[in-house]
Write a protein that binds this ligand. Structure first.
Ligand code: CTP
Length: 425
């Protein structure tokens, strides 16, 4: 499923060096299934050509309100009324201004409309066409009280102002104010369009494997990639939750907006889990926690002694993070559906008899919902099949059998949890 399938976006460029990122943004929006209508200010044309944006969007780029080319909105009909400022935004799912200069924000704030882009923003149907700004400017311009006042007022007017990036700027200075990267704006846009089914919820997710050290250079781990847990974290954030991801050693990028706590061993993961679960409303344990750890951690690297003798390792059982949290006072309240409880969701990585194992594991862990999957078939893969087991019934995801991407499954699981908690979008 493409992330922006069926969406029609008006992409406005105002003047700024960051206009080069708008080319990539346009391309990724189109790749994700959106139709994109580009509108550029005269200043933007000093930084980016219309030719590039036309080639990437596949549509004529508009720049002037006096352009008499018939202009159309989402439905695609060309209206020869010489009113691009009206037609272009009609039916649009959003107007995204990227880059949005300090000057353009000031114009929007005052409702000025002396060129096509600001004119069409003013003429949009405010109840139907959201306006999203990706600011781009020098750090002093961004920090200036005038700009900050404008940002606050634009937000109060119902306009979405995205964050700015921080770091090296084209002018050579370093600080806040540069435009987000294209993939970050795309992620924010996808989140913007997602129904807020978990608004107000605080979600804790464990993900990935754990690493149990034998000595300073060796340890025991497993093949879990963390992809499912990271996908759930992303979907929960998009659904409006405050999300903390407790990640074992994996090399995955943190989903935008998600707070991440890196841990190594099961013991570390337990400490972090208990700490954060205290403030959470939902706990999802997707980590493949090592069941055992070496009984003794050697201070120095174990060496061969030349005789061919191998070291004898003995193990002790790790704490069960899910069971510990699920059987806490708030976990128990969550199991019996009480309002201030913690709703705990376990995973079961099985290699056979998924249904029977998942049902038994749900009861053993003391959780209201357990999500079963076949571990060897999914570790490291981008797709999976889930079996949801609660006290009364079972449910397959995807609903009609087969497999689906972890991204799709994460969205379906989040929607399912939201429905169980009665927080419908
Ligand atoms: N889990 C946990 N802490 C552990 C072991 C497991 O929090 N020490 C959690 C996992 O994150 C998962 C669920 O418990 O949500 C089940 O994990 P799984 O590895 O399938 O089962 P185990 O409890 O380890 O049981 P077994 O290995 O016997 O199947």
């Amino acid at each position: 499923m493409l992330e922006l399938q069926g969406k029609h976006i008006v992409l406005g460029l105002s003047g700024g060096i960051a206009a080069y990122k708008a080319a990539e943004l346009c391309r990724s929006m189109v790749k994700e299934g959106a139709t994109v209508q580009v509108v550029m200010t005269e200043a933007a044309e000093h930084f980016m050509t219309k030719v590039t944006m036309q080639a990437l969007s596949g549509r004529q780029v508009f720049g002037s309100q006096w352009d008499d080319t018939p202009a159309s909105g989402k439905n695609g009909e060309n209206i020869a009324n010489n009113m691009p400022h009206i037609n272009l935004s009609r039916g649009a799912d959003a107007i995204v201004i990227a880059p949005c200069s300090a000057d353009f924000m000031a114009k929007l704030l005052h409702g000025r409309a002396d060129e096509l882009l600001s004119l069409l923003c003013l003429a949009r149907q405010t109840d139907k066409v959201p306006l999203i700004l990706a600011p781009a400017m020098n750090r002093e311009m961004w920090a200036n009280p005038a700009t900050q006042r404008n940002v606050a007022q634009l937000k109060a007017d119902g306009i979405t102002v995205l964050d700015v990036g921080e770091g090296d700027q084209a002018c050579g200075e370093v600080g806040d104010g540069r435009m987000l990267e294209a993939d970050e704006i795309l992620a924010d846009l996808v989140a913007f369009f997602t129904p807020k089914s978990l608004l107000g919820q605080k979600v804790i997710i464990t993900a990935g494997p754990t690493y149990e050290a034998i000595d300073p250079v060796r340890g025991i781990t497993n093949l879990s990639s963390g992809k499912m847990g990271f996908a759930i974290a992303r979907a929960a954030f998009e659904a409006g939750a405050d999300v903390t991801l407790i990640a074992g050693p994996v090399s995955l990028a943190t989903p935008r907006g998600v707070k991440r706590v890196d841990v190594k061993s099961a013991k570390n993961m337990l400490v972090a889990g208990v700490k954060y679960a205290d403030y959470a409303t939902i706990f999802i344990a997707s980590a493949a926690v090592a069941d055992w750890r070496p009984a003794n951690l050697a201070d120095q690297k174990l060496k061969k002694d030349g005789t061919g003798k191998v070291p004898e390792l003995s193990f002790v059982e790790n704490p069960d993070i899910l069971a510990t949290i699920a059987q806490s006072e708030r976990g128990k309240k969550g199991l019996s559906g009480m309002p201030d409880g913690l709703f705990c969701v376990g995973f079961a990585a099985e290699s056979q008899d998924l249904l029977a194992n998942a049902q038994a594991k749900r009861i053993r862990k003391g959780v209201p919902l357990l999500v079963g999957n076949i571990g060897p078939a999914t570790f490291g893969q981008d797709d999976n099949a889930l079996l949801l087991v609660d006290a009364k019934a079972t449910k397959e995801l995807p609903p009609n059998g087969g497999k689906a991407s972890k991204r799709d499954l994460a969205q379906q699981l989040v929607a399912d949890i939201a429905a169980r908690l009665g927080v419908q979008a």
